[in-house]
Design a protein around this ligand. Structure first.
Ligand code: FAD
Length: 396
């Protein structure tokens, strides 16, 4: 394994870090105080700057205007983006668009790529991904009620989804729906592109999550599909291939999620250390003199380092042996990094005392918004059960 970082990538990381520090972190008080849609024009200007710096869309193919970086290199950039909640959006590689672009590139027809992939990568439109349903367990998505029934040359979609991240203002959704109720569980569902202006695509509300309903990209929608009719040519891949495509979405995408979380860890850790060395705790000493704080600093530093190496190793596995061979490692990083992040953010908040609970630092936001990391893309327990089954099967 070679985790050395080339000079080119080092330069890009330095450019991103400087941009995040100078252009994005100063916008965070506004981000915390105002609805996201009010910030969109200002963020569009930042996106233009990123394009001028030729750092737009590191994970996207060059033919569509991205940088086409290999996984290991883009992973390192994601850590730098993750140091601000605005980073991924401004560098054009935010979820769920990044995952949708990945599967559109792999499975889309030429028409679908022209209509959806190109404008998505160029940042002209946004998208969302609708799998989870209100009434059934997202942890076991083969239990799915949403149907797409063929009617002539159309699919007619009916169902009730929620947690469709960034649905508010998205141009289209990639919707998982059952196309063949008789097929075996993993062959029943398909992915279908549904433009959000299709009659029957009804955004019920932006769900309040940890007290914040959000708007635009910064939201999670509940959507009723009521006789929502789209042409069969909007099918992504082939009929019954939905779960195969969904698996694809979770390989490299998980590396990027986890590296973003490492970026959050480093930001919280920096804040914690700075607070520790500047906060007086008695006339002669700062918080940094307290052993418990020193322990937290030492433990967090080692845990972040270990988590980063674990993610880079999983990325290395994917690059060298493919997603299938790296399945265990991809699960390890999901629950390990999500929990390291939760611990680091919690400790950083604790060191800030009452200040940590306010929105005067970014820590309370991270504490609220990133709790979900242990739930989406497979809850901790689901990944741990899958890993344990694989290990025990090999032993038996
Ligand atoms: C912020 C956020 C954003 C999201 N964005 C999207 C999105 O864009 N698109 C989308 O389709 N979905 C999205 N989701 C939904 C997410 O994928 C689901 O919440 C997740 O899959 C869990 O499904 P569920 O909520 O139905 O919980 P359930 O499946 O009901 O599970 C509840 C709990 O049961 C436990 N559990 C489940 N299975 C097992 C098991 N096998 N063994 C032991 N314990 C178990 C876990 O602790 C789990 O947290 C998002 C969720 C959040 C919170």
């Amino acid at each position: 394994m070679d985790f050395s970082v080339s000079q080119d990538v080092r330069t890009m990381i330095d450019m991103v870090t400087e941009f995040v520090d100078k252009e994005l972190i100063p916008m965070e008080p506004e981000f915390l105080a105002r609805p996201f849609h009010e910030l969109v024009p200002q963020l569009a200007q930042k996106r233009d700057l990123v394009k001028q710096m030729e750092l737009w869309g590191p994970i996207y193919p060059q033919q569509y205007g991205g940088m086409g970086l290999p996984l290991m290199d883009s992973a390192l950039l994601y850590e730098a983006f993750g140091r601000s909640p605005l980073g991924l959006y401004v560098f054009g590689c935010q979820a769920p668009d990044a995952g949708n672009a990945e599967i559109l590139e792999l499975y889309g027809t030429d028409r679908q790529k022209d209509a959806y992939l190109r404008p998505l990568i160029e940042g002209r439109i946004r998208s969302c991904f609708a799998m989870t349903e209100v009434e059934l367990p997202g942890s076991n998505p083969v239990m799915m009620d949403t149907t797409a029934a063929r009617d002539g040359d159309d699919y007619v979609i009916n169902g009730h989804k929620w947690y469709t991240t960034a649905a508010d203002g998205a141009a289209f959704a990639i919707v998982m729906a059952v196309t063949d109720t008789e097929a075996s569980p993993y062959r029943r569902a398909s992915m279908i592109i549904v433009p959000s202006d299709t009659p029957g695509f009804n955004l019920v509300r932006n769900i309040p999550v940890m007290g914040h309903a959000g708007t635009d990209w910064d939201s999670h929608g509940e959507i009723l599909y009521q006789n929502c009719r789209v042409p069969c040519s909007n099918l992504l891949g082939t009929e019954g291939e939905g779960f195969v495509i969904a698996q694809q979405r979770l390989g490299p995408g998980r590396i990027h999620h986890c590296m973003r979380w490492i970026g959050i860890c480093t930001r919280a850790f920096d804040l914690m250390c700075r607070r520790a060395v500047t906060r007086p705790i008695d006339p002669d000493q700062t918080l940094a003199s307290k052993q418990i704080v020193q322990q937290w600093v030492a433990e967090c530093a080692a845990e972040i380092h270990a988590a980063r190496l674990m993610v880079l190793h999983a990325a290395w596995m994917i690059e060298n042996q493919g997603v299938k061979a790296a399945r265990k490692e991809i699960s390890y990083i999901k629950y390990t990094v999500a929990n390291v992040m939760a611990k680091v953010v919690d400790r950083a908040l604790q060191v800030h005392g009452g200040l940590g609970m306010t929105d005067d630092t970014i820590l309370a936001y991270y504490y609220r918004a990133e709790r979900a990391a242990r739930i989406y893309d497979g809850a901790d327990e689901v990944h741990k059960a899958a890993v344990a089954r694989r290990i025990l099967r090999d032993v038996a």
